[in-house]
Ligand binder design. Structure first.
Ligand SMILES: Nc1ncnc2c1ncn2[C@@H]1O[C@H](COP(=O)(O)OP(=O)(O)OP(=O)(O)O)[C@@H](O)[C@H]1O
Ligand SMILES: O=C(O)C[C@@H](O)[C@H](O)C(=O)CO
Length: 336
């Protein structure tokens, strides 16, 4: 089967599984974090950002995750509810685990970094008992995010969710979301990412993330096309490789490839580009857009989000994206 086939008779469009954390974005920009005095708090975590993005675009969205039993956990679940995301399967940790924090530093539009505090985080205590087959089979699509594979019991929860998704023909999107700070070794990382990716229908990652996955394979030479074709031998129908400000490229199992450009924007910070791109791309392919058009939609969403201070809060509506696309300058680069 070459194409994505969403079961239209499902009450849910999209379930995301994985990290729910807090972004603390520096208010004083153009300087190192050592000189920052104040931060603004937002919901964060790549799968949370993507879920917020697709919900704001109008998809009927749920979440499978675990939050801390404190003010931060309640802030997150309240925000998800306010964003029309079902939180019935967001569990509350009772072991004293905490919420992961992502402190962001915005030195310049092209020099941004994230300081992660992730010891004893609740999101990685998600376990198989939090993963409901009855819930997953109600959805057209499931998103898994690579960082949830970093530690047990979250790792086992992801693989169980993948089993349920495949059993019930739920289309699986895999955002690689490689965050080195959570992993113990490159060997462990590559092994689990590859095992998960074999079960997924759409794989989205940066060139560097795919390189990490291929490190142990001794491939003679890799390229975007080599990467994509490797995954078509498993379950993948679409493989997208993101190239930052140079755009993106998508390969489909039927042998086609599509280059995605970027939309010029006034960049405040670069992080958030990947999650906004993924959320709008997913919305696009789930609402009948072609791969090429969904990539443009994703790229436009990314340009909007990187011009704003937050990631989750900044996720745009369909009207905002269409308005932006009608006036922004689109650039298609052929540099890779
Ligand atoms: N400087 C930019 N200007 C315009 N669009 C951009 C820029 N950087 C990224 N994008 C858009 O966002 C998409 C994803 O960006 P990128 O490749 O940086 O993913 P990522 O590394 O996962 O992002 P993040 O920084 O959020 O982790 C790109 O393919 C492109 O369409
Ligand atoms: O995914 C993370 O842990 C960090 C995010 O919360 C942050 O918004 C970001 O880096 C988005 O790309």
């Amino acid at each position: 089967m070459n194409k994505l086939q969403f079961k239209q008779d499902r009450p849910l469009d999209f379930i995301a599984l994985g990290r729910l954390c807090i972004d603390l974005n520096a208010n004083e920009t153009q300087r190192p974090m050592e000189e920052t005095k104040t931060f603004t708090k937002y919901v964060g975590g790549s799968p949370a950002n993507i879920a917020i993005g697709v919900s704001r675009l109008g998809l009927n969205t749920g979440f499978i995750g675990k939050v801390s039993d404190d003010q931060m956990g309640r802030f997150i679940t309240s925000y998800l509810t306010e964003t029309n995301i079902d939180t019935d399967h967001v569990a509350i940790d009772r072991t004293g685990a905490v919420t992961g924090l992502a402190f962001t530093e915005i030195k310049s539009p092209t020099d941004c970094s994230i300081l992660m505090y992730r010891d004893n985080v609740a999101d990685l205590k998600l376990d198989v008992h939090n993963v409901s087959e009855g819930y997953i089979k109600q959805s057209k699509a499931l998103l898994i995010s690579g960082t949830a594979l970093a530690q047990s019991p979250s790792r086992e929860a992801v693989f169980l969710a993948l089993e349920y998704a495949r059993k019930h023909e739920v289309v699986v999107f895999f955002d690689i979301d490689y965050r080195p700070y959570t992993w113990a070794s490159e060997e462990e990382t590559s092994t689990y990412y590859n095992l998960a990716a074999e079960k997924c229908d759409v794989i989205i990652g940066t060139r560097e993330e795919f390189d990490m996955m291929e490190k142990l394979l001794n491939l003679e030479a890799s390229s975007d096309e080599v990467t994509a074709n490797r995954w078509f031998s498993y379950n993948a129908k679409i493989v997208i490789i993101k190239h930052g400000g140079e755009g993106s490229i998508a390969y489909t199992k039927d042998g086609n490839s599509y280059r995605g450009g970027i939309f010029k924007t006034k960049v405040l910070k670069t992080f958030g580009a990947g999650d906004s791109y993924a959320s709008a791309f997913i919305y696009g392919v789930m609402t009948g857009m072609s791969v090429k058009e969904a990539m443009r939609f994703g790229s436009a969403s990314a340009s909007i989000v990187i011009s704003r201070h937050s990631c989750s809060d900044a996720m745009p509506t369909v009207a905002e994206i269409k308005e932006f696309m009608s006036s922004a300058e689109e650039i298609l680069q052929e540099t890779y």
